[in-house]
Design a binder for this molecule. Structure first.
Ligand code: FAD
Length: 347
């Protein structure tokens, strides 16, 4: 098991697998270490009604595209998990799981990858650990006082447990809009966001977004993805709009024991607050390797760390490549990353 290789990839979600595809094709000696016991990365943990915001054919990893899901225009998270499982089998990718990487540090010409299954030595490390394990909740006054239930997107599974309750959904992005759409079918839901939600036109889905991001990355004229809005109008969100519940109000000023307090001092009781307030890159295993690093982004040129020449970061967001945290975007940044590593190893 543990040993020495050219490249260790930390994380076996879509980003790690896309890297594996190109590492295999380049004939490099690599291993992918993934903390989960099964394939699928973050897609294994999404809520029950979570769907891709594009049709399957617009969400391909390199080499082999996602098959259509029978009866679904927008594939379910379960379908994506099946696809990732089949993908790693199809290319016989060298994934070891469950193996959690605790720390990466340098010794001479090598990087040492410390895991709960032993130690690997690598010439290069690609970190592709996503952000699902690092939910972000803002530090709002009164969070500790609220006697009801608080949960983050990562803990939300289905609306059933909120039936008949008063629920406050916090966040201005797609997760908030989709969870609000879900919960508002069975509960009295209030949507709260820092700024008024900006909805994309109904005909904009993932394929349009990727096209815009790609043109922008290539230096094209016109605005980027964010100019189109923040929220993709997937069918469930359109349905919420048609039901008249898709209205956000400005952020409350604090939580109280029984609910939330608005800026005008009024209090609104609720049984649950769902924080759809995003994620941070999961990079804690790199803390020793990048001593100046504080939670957040790492300085990169392309996907390569500026401070550690043998470290690459994949799939964390636009700072690791345009649309790199999407299925289709993971392929492009992985290709460039592996090409760079291969030329350094050979050169
Ligand atoms: P992950 O899928 O999170 O995989 C990382 C893997 O690394 C996991 O298996 C994890 O266990 C493992 N890991 C973490 N830490 C360690 C460690 N220290 N050692 C070893 N292993 C570790 N994208 C689209 O293209 N289309 C969509 O419609 C879409 N919808 C989305 C909806 C939601 C709600 C969210 C949150 C994201 C969505 N995305 C979508 C974005 C994107 O596809 C996902 O965020 C994607 O899961 C990121 O893939 P990844 O491989 O980078 O990370």
């Amino acid at each position: 098991m543990p040993g020495s290789c050219d490249v260790v990839v930390v994380g076996g979600g879509q980003g790690g697998l896309a890297a594996g595809y190109y590492l295999r094709r380049a004939g490099l000696d690599y291993v992918i270490l993934d903390a989960q016991s099964e394939p699928g990365g973050a897609w294994r943990h999404g809520w029950d009604s979570l769907r891709l915001f594009s049709p399957a054919e617009y969400s391909p990893l390199p080499g082999w595209g996602m098959p259509r899901q029978e009866g679904e225009d927008f594939p379910t998270a379960g379908h994506v998990v099946d696809y990732l499982r089949a993908y790693e089998q199809r290319y016989d990718l060298r994934v070891r799981r469950p193996v959690r990487v605790h720390e990466v540090w340098r010794t001479g010409e090598r990087l040492v990858v410390e895991t709960d299954a032993g130690r690997w030595l690598a010439r290069y490390v690609i970190s592709a650990t996503g952000s699902w394990e690092c939910p972000y909740v803002p530090d709002i006054p009164g969070r500790g006082e609220f006697a009801g239930r608080q949960l983050h997107t990562v803990n939300y599974t289905s609306p059933a447990e909120f039936r008949g309750q008063r629920v406050v959904v916090v966040g201005g992005g797609n997760s908030a809009a989709q969870i609000l759409a879900d919960v508002s079918r069975v509960a009295e839901a209030t949507w709260v966001a820092l700024r008024p939600a900006r909805f994309m036109p109904d005909d904009v889905d993932g394929r349009v977004l990727f096209g815009v991001a790609t043109r922008k990355a290539a230096g094209g004229a016109g605005g980027g993805v964010s100019d189109l809005g923040d929220i993709v109008m997937v069918p469930s969100v359109r349905d919420a709009r048609d039901r008249g519940v898709l209205h956000s109000r400005p952020m409350f000023v604090r939580l109280t024991e029984r609910g939330v307090r608005w800026a005008d001092g009024a209090e609104q009781p609720c049984e649950a607050v769902i924080w759809c307030t995003g994620f941070q890159a999961n990079l804690i295993h790199l803390a020793s390797l990048l001593p100046g690093w504080r939670q957040g982004e790492v300085a990169t040129e392309g996907t390569r760390s500026v401070d550690e020449a043998c470290l690459y970061l994949l799939g964390y967001g636009d700072w690791t490549g345009p649309a790199s945290a999407t299925l289709v975007g993971a392929g492009r940044t992985s290709k460039a990353t592996v090409a760079d590593i291969a030329s350094r190893l050979r050169g």
